[in-house]
Design a protein around this ligand. Sequence first.
Ligand SMILES: Cc1cn([C@H]2C[C@H](O)[C@@H](COP(=O)(O)OP(=O)(O)OP(=O)(O)O)O2)c(=O)[nH]c1=O
Length: 195
Amino acid sequence: MNLLTEHKLVLASASPRRKELFSKLGVPFEVVTSDVEETAVQAESMEGYVRDVALLKARAVAKKEKGKTIIGADTIVVFKGELLHKPKNEEQAFSHLTKLSDGYHQVMTAVAIIQPNGQEETFVQETKVYFKKLSQALMEAYIETGDPFDKAGGYGIQTDGALLVDRIEGDYNNVVGLPISTLFEKLIALNIIKI
Ligand SMILES: Cc1cn([C@H]2C[C@H](O)[C@@H](COP(=O)(O)OP(=O)(O)OP(=O)(O)O)O2)c(=O)[nH]c1=O
């Protein structure tokens, strides 16, 4: 789309998937990343955790990019109250997929918007993802593609991980890493972009 903005927009994310989704708005933006220690965040709930990490990413970039509007995001996969981080090795990827097999889990993405005056807005969106029953051979073949390792929960719904998913309840793009439709609504409501 070709939307309008007077703001200098900065996407605080190294994720090419988020960049692609954000570009659907059709407004100019730049990508600026920062190093934040996500695992250092302590929160009382999963929702609080993912919100705090998104804020941390956005605040780290806001410090360097004055006068601009910053958008940060974070995605987590929660299975029965347990956070499944990006797998560090094949064993962990296998363990994640074994848990996710034949059941459902929550994918939560938090988005943080920081305006030049320091005003902060956040929202958390949830999608329920149901996995098929995965055979050992399928899990091994999937891990061999290398796909799980840069992704929360150890799979990508937009890549070969699509073959593992039975169905979802909620927004697809939220699983990929950016609920662009809700973000669009928030940016309109905040007068950051106009149709
Ligand atoms: C479940 C799932 C996750 N993911 C991705 C989305 C996120 O990019 C990633 C979760 O890690 P994040 O820490 O949210 O993001 P990131 O490290 O890729 O980028 P940055 O911190 O710079 O913003 O997992 C998918 O791409 N597909 C999926 O189906």
